[in-house]
Design a protein around this ligand. Structure first.
Ligand SMILES: [Ca+2]
Ligand SMILES: [Ca+2]
Ligand SMILES: [Ca+2]
Length: 372
C-alpha cells in the first residue's frame, strides 16, 4: 500500500483545531492528543484502521474501530457537542478487520488473522470481551442483521480472500448455527443488507474485488438465498458499494467505488433492472463509497472525498480532504443532530478515523461539474 501523505488541507484543519478533553477518558492506555473543531474530528491511530461501527446512545455515541495493525479494538466516546474521549482499548489478537453493532453497548468484531468472531461490550471505562467464537474463514467483514425475521440477530461474514460468504443464524444471545455458505466469486468485501427488490425482506449485496462482479443474494424466505451476478463493473477492482436513492425517484440505486476506473451508479428502472452511469475519477479511481439520504454520493480516494450530486445534465462535485487509504467509509449519526455524519476509516497509514459532521456539502470545496 502507498505511504501516508496527509493533504495540506487536512493538516491545516488539524492545525486550527482547538483542544477539548472529555473527563471520562480515565482508563485509557494511550497518550493521545485530542483535537476537535466545529466540523470534523480525528481519532488517531498509528497504523491502519480496517473497519468500525458507531453505537449511538441518547446522550453520546461510541466510535469503535478495528486497529488492524495494532491488533486492538478501540472505542472513543463522542458527546453531542463533538468532544471525544481518549480511546478505550481491547486486545483482539492478530489483525481485526471488521466491526458491526451488536446491541446498544456492544460490537461484533471479525478478527481475520486468527479466524475468530468476538463480542466486545463497553462497560464503564473498559472494553470487555464477552464471547470469542471460531469462524469458518478469516473474515474481512462482519454484518449483523435479522435476515430470516425470527427476532434473533444473524451474522454475515465476508472473506478476506475466498469465494464464499457465510451466514450464521442467530439462536438468541451470541449463539449461532453452523455456517450456511453462499457461493460467489473471489473476495466479496463489505456486504450490505438491504431490501433491494422491495419485497419486505433483507437481501445481500457485495462487490467482488477479484471478479469485478456486483453480486446479489436475493432473500427467498426460509433461509433460502438465490445468488446471481447483478452487474460487472467496467474498471478493475470494485472496493465498496453503497445503496441509496441517488436520483430521488423513490427506487434504491447502487453506487460502486472502483479502484481503477470510473465509479458506477446503477439507477433502478421503474420496471425492474438497472441502467448504469459512470463518474470519472480525479485520479485512478475510488476505494470507498456512501450515499446520503438526499442522494449525494460520497466517493473516497487517496487523501480526498469527492461529493457528487446528480443534476439533469451533470454530476455536481465538491471536495473534502482525507488521509491515506480512506476506506471503508460510512454514514452514521455521531453527534446526534439531524444531519448524517461521514465516518472514514483510513485502512493504511496514520490517518486513523476521521469524522465529518454534516451538513457536508456547504463546507466542501467546489469542483467543476462533470457532464453525465
Ligand atoms: Ca434471525
Ligand atoms: Ca428482499
Ligand atoms: Ca433511484
Amino acid at each position: 500500500m502507498s505511504p501516508i501523505r496527509l493533504s495540506t488541507v487536512l493538516v491545516a484543519l488539524l492545525a486550527t483545531a482547538c483542544t477539548a478533553i472529555d473527563p471520562v477518558s480515565r482508563g485509557a492506555t494511550e497518550n493521545v492528543s485530542i483535537q476537535t473543531n466545529e466540523t470534523a474530528l480525528v481519532f488517531e491511530s498509528a497504523a491502519g484502521v480496517w473497519g468500525g461501527a458507531v453505537l449511538r446512545g441518547e446522550e453520546y455515541a461510541w466510535v469503535a474501530a478495528a486497529l488492524h495493525v495494532e491488533n486492538k479494538l478501540a472505542a472513543w466516546r463522542v458527546s453531542a457537542d463533538r468532544v471525544r474521549s481518549a480511546p478505550l482499548l481491547g486486545d483482539t489478537g492478530y489483525h481485526p478487520d471488521g466491526v458491526a453493532v451488536w446491541d446498544e453497548s456492544s460490537v461484533a468484531v471479525a478478527v481475520e488473522g486468527i479466524r475468530r468472531l468476538q463480542l466486545w461490550r463497553i462497560a464503564g471505562d473498559r472494553l470487555v470481551k464477552e464471547a470469542d467464537l471460531p469462524t469458518v474463514f478469516g473474515a474481512r467483514d462482519v454484518l449483523v442483521a435479522d435476515l430470516d425475521g425470527d427476532g434473533h440477530r444473524d451474522v454475515v461474514l465476508a472473506p478476506y480472500a475466498g469465494k464464499e460468504v457465510a451466514l450464521m443464524w442467530g439462536r438468541g444471545g451470541f449463539n449461532f448455527s453452523e455456517p450456511q455458505m453462499l457461493q460467489g466469486g473471489a473476495s466479496g468485501w463489505h456486504p450490505v443488507a438491504v431490501d433491494i427488490d422491495a419485497d419486505g425482506d433483507l437481501d445481500l449485496l457485495w462487490a467482488e474485488l477479484d471478479t469485478g462482479v456486483i453480486r446479489l443474494a436475493r432473500n427467498g424466505g426460509s433461509r433460502n438465498f438465490a445468488v446471481s451476478e447483478l452487474h460487472k463493473v467496467k474498471g478493475v477492482t470494485p472496493r465498496q458499494l453503497a445503496v441509496g436513492d441517488v436520483n430521488q425517484d423513490g427506487r434504491l440505486d447502487i453506487a460502486v467505488a472502483v479502484e481503477i476506473g470510473d465509479a458506477e451508479v446503477l439507477l433502478a428502472l421503474p420496471g425492474g433492472g438497472f441502467t448504469s452511469e459512470t463518474i470519472r475519477p480525479r485520479g485512478l479511481g475510488h476505494i470507498g463509497v456512501a450515499v446520503k439520504a438526499d442522494g449525494t454520493i460520497l466517493l473516497s480516494n487517496e487523501n480526498e472525498i469527492t461529493l457528487v450530486k446528480q443534476s439533469r445534465t451533470s454530476w455536481e462535485r465538491r471536495l473534502l480532504p482525507a488521509a491515506g487509504m480512506p476506506a471503508p467509509i460510512a454514514l452514521e449519526h455521531v453527534d446526534g443532530d439531524e444531519y448524517e455524519d461521514l465516518v472514514i476509516y483510513h485502512s493504511s497509514g496514520s490517518g486513523g478515523v476521521l469524522v465529518y459532521f454534516g451538513p457536508m456539502w456547504v463546507q466542501a470545496e467546489v469542483l467543476e461539474p462533470l457532464t453525465r
